[in-house]
Design a protein around this ligand. Structure first.
Ligand SMILES: [Zn+2]
Length: 168
């Protein structure tokens, strides 16, 4: 794969990286179409760079694009924006200097146009912030949601309003 710079601080390889895809031989994960690369560029430019500037610290992308086999393997939603279909793209992010809650709150309170901002969790107790962007939408939705652990062990995603700029 020829790596390219999507934006000043984000490389294509960071948005494709997946030890799970590598381990399972999902080679298409590392052969994105031009459309997918374009969607990831829009995400990096419109969301990831502004978030990095907002918090003044590096961002770690734990999951960006997911090919269909990877998305199925990790139990992603069938219409996950991680699939980069249409004009969409999503990334799961963390910052070493902030808690997941702090990162989420800062993005929610900002005017950075995200389609979704979600605190996501898995059943192993890991948490992260999911952000997405859809180039096909003139206006991003700014939908905010929080994953909540259930006593049964699973998680549900609860609505948490909208980003500050949506209603202003
Ligand atoms: Zn996600």
């Amino acid at each position: 794969m020829i790596d390219i710079q999507l934006s000043p601080h984000f490389m294509l390889s960071e948005l494709l990286a997946s030890p799970t895809a590598t381990a399972n031989g999902f080679t298409e994960q590392f052969e994105p179409t031009e459309q997918i690369t374009s969607n990831l560029t829009a995400l990096a430019t419109n969301v990831l760079e502004p978030v990095r500037e907002l918090i003044g610290m590096p961002l770690i992308v734990s999951s960006g694009y997911r090919c269909h086999r990877l998305n199925t393997h990790v139990g992603g939603e069938w219409n996950s924006q991680h699939l980069c279909e249409g004009g969409a793209a999503a990334a799961d992010i963390e910052s070493p200097g902030l808690t997941v809650e702090e990162l989420y709150d800062k993005i929610k309170a900002s005017s950075i146009p995200c389609d979704e901002v979600i605190i996501e969790t898995n059943n192993k107790g890991a948490w992260w912030v999911h952000v997405s962007y859809d180039s096909n939408k003139g206006t991003q939705r700014g939908v905010c949601m929080k994953g909540v652990l259930q006593q049964s062990g699973g998680t549900i995603c609860q609505a948490d309003g909208y980003q500050a700029w949506v209603n202003s």
